[in-house]
Design a protein around this ligand. Sequence first.
Ligand code: ZN
Ligand code: ZN
Length: 409
Amino acid sequence: MKTFDELLENYAQVAVEVGVNLQKGQILVLQAPVEAKELVRKIVRRAYEKGAKYVHVELNDEQLTYIKFTYAPEEAFTFYPMWRAKGFEEMAAEGAAFLQIYSPNPDLLKDVDPKRYATAAKTAGTALKAYKSYLMEDKAPWSLISAPTESWAKKVFPDLPVEKAIDLFWGKIFSISRVNTDDPIAAWKTHNEQLHRKVAELNEKQYKQLIYTAPGTNLTIELPENHRWNGGFSLTPTGIPFNPNIPTEEVFTMPHREGVNGVVRSTKPLNYGGNLIENFSFTFKNGKVVDFAAEKGYETLKHLLDTDEGARYLGEVALVPHDSPISNSNILFYNTLYDENASCHLALGEAYPTCLTGGEKMSKEELKAAGANDSLIHEDFMIGSAELNIDGITKDGKREAIFRNGNWA
Ligand code: ZN
Ligand code: ZN
């Protein structure tokens, strides 16, 4: 039985070697909540041991975020320190690796006017667009992991005293991130190979359309010509594999921007910037959200959809079996990194150019012409359940079962 310290050490190893797969002489940029400082120290040490040239660490504190959104003037949300945006872009251009410990408090901004967050997100999205494109196009290795914080653990395990909740939470994270295995690096190799096999099958099929049916869902999604499914590790332009998400259970591609029609209902809440949007649905016509509803967080959802034109179109379609490790834990995490890997999902907003053959070499105009969506946002939302069926329409018009009752047919 491994001690907590050994498991945390393994987790740091998985983040550095499997997540961003840091190479000798590379810069590592690490963003993390202050509460994860123990893990941060292990990651930084390991990064230097692996030969990092320089590690840039940014710690964030949710209380500082709360103070800003509560007390700062409106102009604070239309301002972005451009030196930081330029610095990030510069580091990406130099081939730095970007690692983030993503642990937002799901209720942090629930009493704050959602317009404030929407404005801040748009300002940051605009300022960071050039840097973000390095990540969206796999030009710089990047990875998201997570670590429990007090506020988040209380939300996920409300019936437990907070210390117990955090302990239990760590155990779940170690298990779903394959860190508690004898050889986590080997476990990830096997897992990546399994995902790549699924990807190869779907790429071979080149379905023209996917048809989703479930209670409250009746949706047709057209896939663009030469679409490419991805999953497991990605490759940098020089062929270095990295895993953008730890954990990851999905295979994904892009829908055709104008080829989405019908209705889809969410099956899990969406945590958008410290605000929960719950029991929501969208009606699509020729790709665009023309109607929507939400039992909770309607205003937040409205602001999200109003970010820009592309925010009302889809940029990702992802398949995750209902019978998968995270889903079987039966825990609602209120964190997209975990919830999206427990459920089939779609994303509003920008598409990954790597989901088209040769897409990473296309101009903005070429991508749009090929069916890819562009937006400042990329926001996954969960639609999977044990009642979801998905059919694929082949190029010659045959209808095949892909998912039955939430799992691969
Ligand atoms: Zn996804
Ligand atoms: Zn996504």
